[in-house]
Write a protein that binds this ligand. Structure first.
Ligand code: GLU
Length: 311
């Protein structure tokens, strides 16, 4: 039994790659008799994006990905309150410090830093400022509050991923609360997965890189660490990450091009070795044949209708 979830950000339409990740998250959870939850990751709620939330949820339902319990939104004040209490808990441990660096200063300092820091890691510019220095920097940046970072001391964390294998990363002092007061993604995802009882995180393998930070945070906050399955992305026929320019890649575009949701689920099932070429399928019909330990690591190449190569 492993409860799982799909946690889309409403930044655009879900494309075939996101939909396949959602199907996999559903299959992992259901194959192990777990609940499947949906969480809308709208830390930056923008009213003009509300229609994307509706569209994403409608797409998941159209594919037959049923879910348990209410849909949680990260913009919900109650959810936001639990993010804030995790920030306070971290503050109580003495691990937080304010960071006054601009994005550009971080990039420049990271570039100039030497030693064991991984690429792009925060080199600790604001870590040991005296109180006077902090006050001075705060005055210089009066238009915006500081971001809050955790002192992770370059901890080395190994993630044993069910699909991607072992991944070791060095954890830098990452941001848990942004300068505009919004909780950072790494904090929110950890707090919400724990609060929702998520035991298995299934998501795209573009997020594997950041996972050591999240595992570290789970441990520091005394929260159970879920197991992870980072699944491969979907590529276009040119073997670049699937994108709009490849043709019809969202469900509504595919339906407009004459495909049915069942055909798409069939094609995704085929890519997972669970269905044959011309089969239509529902998530339920793939479930009996799904083996969580047999998910391949290689990406799926999808040739969308309306691909520029067809013209
Ligand atoms: N909201 C993230 C995204 O859409 C996914 C976060 C996660 O699954 O942990 O990329």
């Amino acid at each position: 039994m492993a409860d799982g979830r799909f946690a889309p950000s409403p930044t655009g339409s879900l494309h075939v790659g996101n939909l396949r990740t959602a199907l996999l998250a559903w299959l992992f959870a259901r194959a192990e008799g777990g609940r499947f939850l949906i969480r809308v990751e709208d830390l930056d709620p923008v009213s003009s994006r509300e229609h994307l939330v509706d569209e994403q949820l409608a797409d998941l339902a159209a594919l037959g990905l049923d879910h348990d319990g209410p849909i949680i939104r990260q913009s919900d004040p109650n959810v936001r309150a639990r993010h804030e209490s995790a920030v306070s808990a971290l503050d109580d441990t003495g691990l937080l410090y304010p960071c006054f660096c601009t994005r550009r200063e971080v990039a420049e300092a990271a570039w100039a830093a030497h030693g064991p820091l991984p690429e792009g890691a925060y080199p600790g510019t604001c870590r040991d400022l005296t109180l006077d220095q902090r006050a001075e920097r705060a005055a210089e940046r009066a238009d915006r509050g500081p971001a809050w970072r955790v002192r992770a001391d370059l901890a080395e964390v190994t993630v044993v991923d069910r699909v991607a294998g072992e991944h070791t990363g060095v954890v830098d002092d990452f941001v848990v609360r942004r300068g505009d007061g919004v909780p950072a993604y790494n904090l929110a995802v950890v707090v919400d997965d724990a609060a929702q009882g998520i035991e298995e995180v299934v998501r795209g393998d573009d997020l594997l890189e950041g996972t050591p930070r999240q595992v570290w945070l789970h441990r520091v906050l005394g929260l159970d660490v879920p197991s992870y399955a980072h699944v491969p992305l979907v590529l276009g026929p040119d073997r670049e990450r699937l994108a709009k320019r490849h043709g019809s890649v969202s469900l509504s575009e595919l339906v407009a091009a004459g495909r049915t949701p069942e055909q798409l689920v069939g094609a995704m099932g085929e890519s997972l070795g669970l269905a044959s070429t011309s089969e239509t399928a529902t998530p339920e019909s793939l479930l009996d044949r799904f083996d969580p330990d047999a998910v391949r690591r290689d990406p799926w190449v999808f040739d969308p209708p309306g691909d520029s190569a067809d013209h």
